[in-house]
Design a protein around this ligand. Structure first.
Ligand SMILES: Nc1ncnc2c1ncn2[C@@H]1O[C@H](COP(=O)(O)OP(=O)(O)OP(=O)(O)O)[C@@H](O)[C@H]1O
Ligand SMILES: [Mg+2]
Length: 526
């Protein structure tokens, strides 16, 4: 693991993932279609992508990825696959000369069933399996087009919770591999390695020995909390979002990796940081005061059990909050003040936090007179700002704010974004706003702005803006893959490729992929 890679690039090989990768490699290189099944958060997508990168990103293979969702249509699917193929001779298509194609379909069983119980995108793929192709929809003749030399690898969760059962007539074409959820041992090894990486990459300054030795306990405590949360907070109709998976567990460590040895000097602080990340990841999702209180109890018990610390003694500033409001706020007792490099530390001086928020609000109102906000920054509002700030400054951080109207979701987000120094983009939707305008906005205002011009950006989208369900579909794709399929026009792609090349000019590793425009584009999406 390189020291300077980012958190989301850290993939720890373990017994479970190596097993799957071995099978995948052998099946795919022999042209066998493979279907990976397993419940959510078992690392299916990450393992498949990892294997494709390791063994199939080369001159012999061409990779094409698509991700299904409830609204995916057969036409979309066909367009994405056809778009990646070249014409061989009349009626015959396939990957570029001399290459085998590998098509990765993620979340295969998401598409909704139509009135007759079929799932059109899946039926289309089944037709390919049975007859080797489909009818051309671009020409009036509707000529049959064969697609050759491709194999499929797909991933899906077991039916239930929005995922449907898919027809056996399709499944029978696949070699099916079932993925077990990671055992506690594997989880332990994954996150011990992640912690190890975090300690080593701690921006030159090493952590003290008293903090280093907390590693095993932190990992154990987090896994315990994760298991307990799943048992105690069950989903019910009113609390249907009480579902927790590996991603949440991983978020706790991601949060911890945001800090460094300058902000965390004592073991008390490390334990508090751990508790804080658990609260943010798990507690913020709970919807009643009882549940929240119960969770806090759980954490404080764990704290006594694993770290021999008393919650009330070490948490002096309540509620417990960590944030990287640097260069405005520095860790307590830190006299260096520079370089600050975003230090994620406990906010001990609440008066100062309030002042930072108020000053930022004044600045905001000066800068954007038209959008002037009149906010009273009481304690809860400040707490929300800190929480939102934490999410948007986290890599791949997205948040869904739920609350009654007028609870300040929008204005607090605007302020938190302002403090973080990000741009905010709220799409205006005049009368007659449609899909074409939406796609245009997505390209110009979102992707080119943050990708090509490299502006950190927050995209704020509210429920009143969902005038077309397909918007959610696109957002789902962005969250899953970082892009919307078939979004760019050829001229946008040229611009994107140029900008990525320009930005990576001095990166030696980039040379390898600079030739292949598909991979350059992929880099853009990440
Ligand atoms: N070996 C690993 N090393 C580090 N992190 C991992 C590993 N395996 C899984 N994770 C973490 O678990 C998260 C979930 O993995 P992934 O997205 O592959 O799940 P999935 O099985 O595809 O879930 P879904 O069915 O919901 O799509 C990843 O984002 C990553 O943070
Ligand atoms: Mg997945």
């Amino acid at each position: 693991m390189p020291k300077d890679c980012s958190y989301t690039e850290v993939i720890v090989p373990n017994v479970d993932s190596i097993r799957i990768q071995y099978l995948l490699k052998n099946l795919l290189s022999n042209g066998k279609h493979t279907l990976i099944v397993g419940s959510t958060g078992t690392g299916k997508s990450i393992t498949i992508m990892n294997e494709l990168k390791q063994s199939f990103y080369n001159d012999e293979f061409m990779y094409l990825g698509l991700s299904f969702s409830a609204q995916t249509s057969a036409n979309q699917t066909q367009m994405i696959i056809d778009g990646g193929m070249e014409k061989k001779r009349k009626g015959f298509y396939g990957p570029a000369l001399g290459k085998e194609g590998i098509i990765f379909v993620d979340d295969l069983n998401m598409p909704l069933k139509e009135v007759y119980g079929a799932q059109p995108p899946i039926e289309l793929l089944r037709q390919w399996m049975d007859y080797g192709g489909w009818y051309d929809i671009d020409t009036p003749e509707r000529e049959f087009r064969f697609t050759q030399k491709v194999s499929f690898v797909a991933a899906m969760g077991p039916p239930g919770g929005g995922r449907n059962s898919i027809t056996n007539r399709y499944v029978r074409h696949f070699n099916i591999v079932y993925v077990e959820p990671y055992s506690d041992n594997s989880l332990n090894s994954i996150f011990c390695n992640v912690m190890e990486w975090m300690y080593r990459s701690a921006q030159k300054l090493p952590y003290g020995a008293n903090i280093e030795k907390l590693k095993e306990n932190i990992v154990m405590a987090t896994i315990n909390v994760y298991n307990d949360v799943q048992k105690k907070f069950r989903p019910t109709p009113a609390k249907s979002h009480y579902t927790f998976n590996l991603r949440d567990l991983s978020k706790v460590f991601q949060g911890m990796s945001k800090t460094n040895a300058r902000a965390v000097v004592s073991d008390d602080q490390m334990v508090k940081l751990w508790a804080h990340e658990c609260l943010r990841v798990f507690q913020d999702r709970l919807i009643s005061i009882e549940d929240r209180e119960l969770f806090k109890e759980m954490i404080s018990e764990k704290m006594t059990e694993k770290f021999k610390k008393n919650w009330d003694k070490i948490v002096q500033h309540k509620p417990l909050l960590f944030a990287s409001f640097t260069p405005l706020i520095f860790p307590e007792g830190d006299e260096t003040k520079k370089p600050y490099n975003d230090i994620y530390c406990e906010l001990t001086d609440r008066v100062k936090v309030k002042k930072v928020c108020e000053d930022s609000l004044t600045d905001f109102n000066m800068m954007y007179r038209a959008k002037k906000m009149d906010l009273v920054l009481f304690t809860d509002a400040i707490e929300h700002i800190v929480k939102i700030h934490r999410v948007i400054t986290t890599q791949l951080g997205h948040s869904l704010l739920v609350g009654v109207g007028g609870s300040g979701r929008k204005s607090l987000t605007e302020l938190a974004t302002f403090i973080a120094g990000f741009q905010i983009e709220v799409i205006e939707m005049p009368k007659g706003y449609n899909m074409v305008a939406w796609r245009e906005d997505m390209v110009k205002k979102i992707f080119l702005a943050c990708g090509v011009e490299a502006n950190p950006l927050v995209f704020l989208f509210s429920d009143s803006q969902i005038i077309n369900e397909a918007f959610l579909e696109d957002i789902n794709n962005i969250l899953n893959n970082g892009e919307i399929p078939n979004l760019y026009k050829p001229e946008d792609i040229v611009q994107i490729i140029e900008s990525v090349k320009e930005a990576n000019k001095s990166n030696p590793e980039f040379k390898e992929i600079a030739e292949d425009n598909n991979r350059v584009k992929e880099l853009f999406a990440t």
